[in-house]
Design a binder for this molecule. Structure first.
Ligand code: ATP
Length: 361
């Protein structure tokens, strides 16, 4: 096992105006499961590939256990990569696919068989060891690809969107399985995804990237409850946080008929009276629009999820997203065209500088 450190790691591609990865500083602790997340093209895969040695580094360093691995051949790094397209050898059985690298490295047939069986048990593949890949489901093939990486007992796992070829249900069960496997093995893991739910549910910590630049790194809870800036606030969390441009008057921001008090730490770091107020779907309370002190909002769309519903509304506010989204208990009947009253839940507001986008507190 090993720690992995990006120290100012930068990679620019020919023709690219901005670096694909720009001075990345990030340390993944020994045994940690770190998720790199961000929108398409933000530099996640390039970062991962730099660790595996599949991409060169323009400046800065990549350290594995404090040793700079730049210039070291991919094989010598002892990093196992699991890709989205987990090409298995079609003519080989599951057991042979999983044991191939070990046999190639000179391990005896008996030792390889024991190691493969151990890993197959962990991944619930022991009854499929004699099958060929064509006779496996997508999820089983994915587990074989994972198994092939695990049997090598690498120092570091790098996984690049390994679940993206699976259907929604299988993604959920496989992500739990990968997280459990990582806990059991304790191997330092870097996992790339564009799916923020995957990031939040799997990672010990999450690193959020945008345009090649690290925006924030923290536990899933820290990222959700203390987003560093507007990008992280709107990228992480589903549905998206509602962002409202507002003006502070006497320590208060008026949102239609309702109002929010500016918390003291926010007041202390203000540079102007303009702010962006952020509210998540669960941070609104709903009442009748006839009540005083509420924001009147018109329901445009109701998304039924069984236990709850997401209600998309419009209101006379300066919204950065197209609509306000409110989580409403399933017992309350809400219909398109209704006008409802909204009040922000005290202490569940987020505050940002409208110019820099940075969180205020
Ligand atoms: P995705 O989720 O779409 O895979 P990503 O976040 O993994 O995206 P990268 O694949 O790391 O992003 O790409 C980062 C940037 O570098 C993108 O702008 C991409 O177009 C560019 N890029 C990546 N590989 C190359 C290459 N071989 N040549 C030129 N530009 C590249």
């Amino acid at each position: 096992m090993a720690s992995v450190t990006f120290a100012g790691a930068t990679r620019r591609f020919a023709g690219g105006q901005k670096p694909a990865v720009d001075s990345l500083d990030l340390t993944v602790a020994d045994g940690e499961f770190m998720v790199l997340v961000g929108p398409s093209g933000c530099g996640k895969s390039t970062s991962l590939r730099m660790v595996a040695g599949l991409e060169s580094v323009e400046s800065g360093a990549i350290l594995i256990d404090d040793v700079d691995v730049i210039g070291m051949a991919p094989k010598a790094r002892d990093v196992a990569m699991v890709f989205q397209n987990y090409a298995l050898y079609p003519n080989m059985t599951v057991a042979d696919n999983m044991g191939f690298a070990l046999r190639n490295a000179g391990m005896s047939k008996a030792d390889t068989g024991t190691r493969v069986l151990d890993v197959a048990r962990m991944l619930e593949l022991e009854n499929l060891l004699d099958r060929k890949p064509a006779k496996l489901s997508g999820g089983q093939r994915q587990r074989v690809a994972m198994g092939r990486a695990i049997v090598r007992r690498p120092r570091v796992f790098c996984m690049d969107e390994p679940l993206s070829n699976l259907d929604a249900k299988l993604r959920v069960s496989t992500r739990a399985q990968i997280a459990a496997m990582q806990r059991e093995l304790g191997v330092t893991t870097l996992y790339v995804t564009h799916d923020q739910v995957e990031a939040m549910t799997m990672g010990h910590r999450v690193a959020v990237l945008d345009s090649g630049v690290l925006q924030q790194v923290g536990t899933p809870r820290e990222i959700y409850s203390r987003p560093a800036n507007l990008f992280v606030a709107s990228f992480m969390g589903s549905p998206q946080m509602c962002l409202i441009d507002g003006r502070i008057e006497d320590g208060i921001v008026h949102l239609g008929g309702t109002r929010v008090h500016v918390p003291a730490p926010v007041s202390a770091s203000l540079s102007s009276s303009e702010v962006v107020v952020g509210l998540r779907a669960e941070s609104w309370s709903v009442s009748s629009s006839h009540q005083s002190g509420v924001l009147a909002a018109t329901v445009d769309l109701v998304e039924e999820l069984g236990a709850e519903q997401f209600v998309y509304c419009s209101a006379d506010l300066s919204l950065r997203n197209s609509r306000i989204v409110v989580r409403v208990d399933h017992r309350r009947t809400v219909e398109v065209g209704d006008v409802i009253g909204l009040t922000p839940v005290v202490d569940e507001t987020y505050w940002f500088d409208p110019v820099s986008g940075d969180a205020l507190d």
